[in-house]
Design a protein around this ligand. Structure first.
Ligand code: NAD
Ligand code: AKB
Length: 319
């Protein structure tokens, strides 16, 4: 059997930092190559790579010969609204580069990270189903719809085994989030520990689908290990876990930090959040590859606060 060798683009980001660690645990350091625009001290096997520099990208893939590429490089919703042309280049041209290079180098499988941002007006926002009209209001969402369709196109036309997930807001402790609309649900934990208070950029009652990083990484690996024949979705799978509002998250945090205070100062991200699903129907993922989340809201809060406290203790011991 062919040895698994994995290349990750955008590895220094919020999902990449956690996914690389899980891949190293599974396949060994030498078989996992982390790449990103930004150098990272987190990885010992790392190469700088701009996915828009196709010559360098080609050379790297030709040399390392990955069997799987996880394509995480991208620009998120809130940052993207400030510079749509750059977002389009990175999220769409960068993805086409990955697909072409994967095909030319006979890479066996490629992963695409889509988002709940593909939905918008015209998609029912409660328990949003897999196959609904996709009319996103952000350039980020539009780029993800294009990316999903390109994934399916390369699968149907060239037989490239591309698999994708529509991630909800991901909550993680390994690294800060990269400029999205769901970032409040990570920032809040840092502020809860630092100052005991948080000013949220969404209103208290804005409900969004969220997922803990441990579930997200495990689910991603499970999708990539699933039998190709069992996969009925080649755009990207709806991928659900929990769903809560900022007020509900603050209530859960107060179970551990009773004096925690939250206030609300909604900005432009509120308008984006209001076009996204409140919760997700992920029946196809649960049916096709047996997806099941494990972390409920109180589990996420407990684990986040514990992990961030551990990081703070380690940092102060170093200094
Ligand atoms: P992030 O912003 O934390 O990380 C993205 C990484 O891509 C960064 O490290 C950045 O340096 C890198 N990058 C940007 N432009 C690049 C380029 N030209 N070449 C190479 N690298 C480049 O994002 P993330 O949260 O880790 O998300 C990873 C992927 O998952 C993205 O495509 C994102 O849209 C998607 N996603 C994330 C979430 C979430 O909540 N984190 C939810 C839905 C989808
Ligand atoms: C964002 O808010 O942009 C991301 C996402 C849900 O795609 N976290």
């Amino acid at each position: 059997m062919e040895k698994t060798r994995v290349l990750i683009t955008g590895a220094s980001g919020q999902i990449g930092q956690a996914l690389v660690q899980a891949l190293v645990d599974e396949f060994g350091e030498r078989n996992v190559l982390a790449t990103d625009l930004k150098p990272s001290e987190a990885f010992s096997h790392f190469e700088e790579l701009d996915i828009l520099e196709t010559n360098h990208y080609q050379k790297l893939v030709g040399g390392f010969k990955p069997t799987i590429i996880y394509h995480l490089a991208g620009i998120l919703s809130a940052v993207g609204e400030k510079n749509p042309s750059v977002l389009w280049k990175v999220n769409v041209q960068g993805w086409i580069n990955t697909l072409n290079i994967a095909l030319e180098n006979k890479v066996s499988k490629v992963f695409f990270p889509s988002s709940i941002a593909v939905f918008g007006p015209g998609s029912s926002l409660d328990y949003t189903r897999q196959n609904v009209a996709l009319h996103p209001t952000t350039v980020y969402g539009i780029s993800k719809v294009a990316g999903e369709n390109l994934a399916q196109y390369f699968f149907r036309k060239f037989g490239l085994d591309v698999r994708g997930i529509r991630y909800p807001g991901i909550i993680s402790y390994q690294s800060p989030p990269g400029g999205g609309t769901t970032d409040y649900a990570v920032d809040i934990f840092y502020q809860a520990l630092d100052s005991g208070r948080y000013e949220c950029f969404l209103s208290g009652d804005v409900r969004l689908p969220m997922m803990y990083i441990d579930d997200a990484v495990r689910g991603t690996l499970e999708l990539m290990q699933a039998n190709a024949e069992s996969l009925s979705v080649r755009t990207s799978y709806n991928f659900g876990a929990v769903s809560f509002t900022p007020t509900e998250l603050a209530t859960s945090i107060r179970k551990i930090i009773p004096d925690f205070e939250i206030s609300y100062a909604p900005d432009f991200r509120e308008e984006i959040a209001n076009t996204w699903p409140r919760n997700i129907d992920d029946t196809p993922a649960r049916r096709d590859w047996n997806w099941q989340h494990q972390f409920e809201i109180d589990d996420i809060v407990r684990d986040m606060l514990m992990k961030l406290k551990e990081k703070n203790t380690l940092r102060s011991k170093k200094n």
